[in-house]
Write a protein that binds this ligand. Structure first.
Ligand code: BTN
Length: 242
């Protein structure tokens, strides 16, 4: 497998998009020690300080329909959760769609970007950011309420290269299983780590905001909620508060 390592990058997503446009093969990995313009979901920035965490992007060329790409994000979240749980001894929760929480604070995030034409995916870039060895001083003040690191939540410094290796080793069989057997194993695993499943959550869309029960995820990866009248609704792009 091809791994591209940069000591510094604007964003491993940028590097990966560029490589993908130049026909980099499926499975190409881009890793940076630091990012100067790390990107989060919803146009937010992602704080990525040098040698403190894992800042990595994976190029995939899956033969699935574009509307199913969100399943890959959920798949990636379950792979991270399993590595935390089974290899690092820290059981995380996944906040829909794909934040990894430890003690209700965010430790890792995933950003999936896709290039598609008509009904065909050209490539997908899955960006993974994990706060690993941040001490309290390494986390910006304004994030300290909401963010943590593996170190801060377990008092244990960890090898970044070991975790990368474990991630890549776990990703491959999980991805193959998803392609051959479909989404059902991913869905079950996601729900086993799911944060607030069966509990009330606060949902906001452009039009309104209300409270409903989080009942799980649908077969296409959408959020399933149960409204007060007992009706089940599928949500694709709401903001969720807890
Ligand atoms: C989020 O939770 O908002 C997603 C964060 C994704 C961050 C990773 S770090 C590696 C890759 N490069 C980026 O610029 N972003 C992703």
């Amino acid at each position: 497998k091809k791994i591209v390592h940069k000591t510094s990058a604007t964003s491993t997503q940028h590097v990966a998009h560029q490589l993908a446009r130049e026909n980099a093969p499926h499975g190409t990995i881009v890793i940076a020690d630091e990012q100067t313009e790390g990107k989060g979901r919803m146009n937010r920035s992602w704080y990525s300080s040098k040698n403190k965490g894992i800042w990595m992007s994976i190029i995939l060329r899956p033969e699935i329909l574009p509307y199913l790409a969100p399943q890959l994000t959920l798949l990636t979240a379950t792979v991270l959760a399993d590595v935390f749980d089974k290899k690092l001894g820290i059981t995380p929760q996944i906040k829909w769609p794909n934040d990894l929480l430890i003690n209700q604070k965010k430790t890792a995030g995933i950003l999936t970007e896709m290039q598609a034409e008509q009904d065909q995916i050209q490539y997908v870039v899955i960006g993974i950011g994990i706060n690993v060895n941040h001490t309290i001083r390494d986390i910006p003040e304004e994030l300290s309420e909401k963010a943590t690191s593996l170190y801060l939540s377990s008092n244990h410094e960890r090898s970044i290269t070991d975790i990368i290796q474990q991630l890549l080793q776990s990703f491959e069989p999980a991805y193959d299983n998803y392609l051959t057997n479909g989404f059902s194993d991913v869905k079950a695993k996601w729900e086993s780590y799911g944060f607030k499943i069966g509990q009330p959550i606060h949902i906001s869309t452009i039009k309104k905001s209300w409270t409903a029960k989080f009942s799980g995820i649908a077969n296409d990866g959408a959020l399933l909620i149960e409204n007060k009248d007992g009706q089940i609704e599928k949500m694709y792009s709401a903001e969720i508060d807890w």
